[in-house]
Design a protein around this ligand. Structure first.
Ligand code: NAI
Length: 389
């Protein structure tokens, strides 16, 4: 059992590292936060002070909580200050070589019992572990942005990771008030893999001129998603979303199921990155999206059917391939990206046969392997069965 008495080291004081440091401090740990830039550490301290003031004002933290949490975090540019840490979580730049060399240095600094973790969202955890002397004490701990608010944490053992450390990570995340799920180290882990069609299929429909962005977004909102695909891509940043699409596609050896869209690339090339650049799929005036096309509610049903069938297919295939347990797949999509319900439960509601029919008719129409149904949907449909949840 991991308690708040262990010391947590964090490397990288950007958005993610700062959020994870706050969480660890809230859970009662002493925290050492390292960044190579003094300015990043100062920024991190100032933003926590702002968050703390707001939470005290709202009555969510007492003044004593605020003082305790802020003073629990030591900030430094010296990596060897992590020597006494029981865990070190890395949240630096998303670059395999840079992460590998950081962990090689960390191995020479921390105690043999210390556990090391990366917050990577797209790199192979096993490839980082492969460069270490003691890969058995290394894993992925993938938090979502903003880390203090998003409940989901993907716990990703590398091929080499000792199972006992995975159990320790899960109990520590429970103690931090998080919802940990365990996923195999495969491209996109759970959320970034299963969510691909939310964007990809919406882009495909738009690219074909079958419906406007406004109609596609409104259709998905009408079925319970908080945001439509285009508004969400504009919020995430089209550069970030396109980079994830490309990395998942390449990591799956160009499987057509994950093929990125030319429209996505063109938006990046044009600098239409979304909210942050003032223009993406929509134009933003004072943060508000201005849609141009009219919304056609008569199109909602087939749009929802097509995008949700593709999402269900991804979740079903991840289940079939044992990427995660059915329960963890459901938790990941409801808590990591706030889907209105789990995709396997959605499949049970529609019935595997009905879901299969949607995919098969798309496959016939386009003659494209992109729409190939997961074998598990065929099995369930053949046996008139459903996912056990
Ligand atoms: P960021 O760019 O805001 O912060 C990274 C920080 O790491 C910077 O302050 C930089 O000075 C520092 N840094 C870079 N190399 C370093 C080194 N060798 N030693 C010490 N400090 C170093 O990045 P952000 O957004 O916080 O992301 C960090 C990591 O978390 C990335 O691996 C990213 O893929 C992952 N991640 C990001 C999410 C997001 O939504 N931003 C979500 C989940 C994971």
């Amino acid at each position: 059992m991991e308690t708040g008495t262990s010391t947590i080291g964090i490397v990288g004081a950007g958005a993610m590292g700062s959020g994870i440091a706050q969480l660890a401090a809230q859970a009662g740990h002493a925290v050492v936060l390292v960044d190579q830039k003094e300015s990043a550490l100062e920024g991190s301290e100032a933003s926590l002070a702002k968050v703390a003031a707001r939470l005290v004002e709202k009555g969510k933290w007492s003044a004593a909580d605020s003082e305790r949490i802020q003073s629990a975090i030591d900030r430094t540019t010296a990596l060897d200050s992590l020597a006494a840490c029981d865990w070190v979580i890395e949240a630096i730049v998303e670059d395999l070589g840079v992460k590998q060399s950081l962990f090689q240095s960390l191995e020479t600094i921390v105690a043999p019992e210390a556990v090391l973790a990366t917050n990577t969202s797209s790199l192979s955890v096993t490839a980082i572990a492969g460069k270490l002397q003691h890969p058995e004490r290394f894993m992925g701990l993938h938090f979502f942005n903003p880390a203090p608010l998003m409940a989901l944490v993907e716990v990703i053992p590398a091929l080499q990771t000792d199972a006992a450390h995975v159990d320790r990570a899960k109990s520590m995340m429970d103690a931090w008030g998080k919802s940990p799920v365990v996923t195999k180290d495969t491209p996109g882990f759970i959320v970034n893999r299963v969510a691909r069609p939310f964007y990809g299929e919406a882009l495909r429909i738009f690219e074909e001129g079958l419906a406007s962005r406004e109609t596609i977004d409104a259709a998905m909102r009408s079925t319970g998603f908080r945001m439509g695909p285009f508004e969400l891509m504009d919020l995430i940043g089209n550069d970030v979303n396109y980079a994830v699409s490309c990395s998942v596609f390449e990591a799956f050896y160009n499987d057509p199921r994950y093929r990125p869209s030319l429209i996505q690339k063109q938006h990046v090339d044009a600098g239409w990155l979304g909210r942050k650049s003032g223009k993406g799929y929509y134009t933003y005036a004072e943060g508000q999206a201005a849609g141009e096309a009219s919304i056609d509610p008569n199109q909602f049903d087939w749009i929802v059917e097509r995008i949700v069938a593709m999402l269900i297919n991804e979740a079903a295939d991840a289940c079939y391939l044992n990427i995660a347990s059915p329960a963890d797949l459901e938790t990941a999509m409801t808590k990591g990206v706030n889907y209105p319900k789990g995709l396997l439960a959605w499949c049970n509601e529609w019935g595997a046969k009905a879901t299969l029919n949607v995919l098969e008719s798309l496959q016939i129409r386009y003659g494209d392997d992109r729409y190939r149904p997961s074998p598990v949907l065929r099995d369930l449909a053949a046996h008139k069965s459903s996912f056990t949840l």
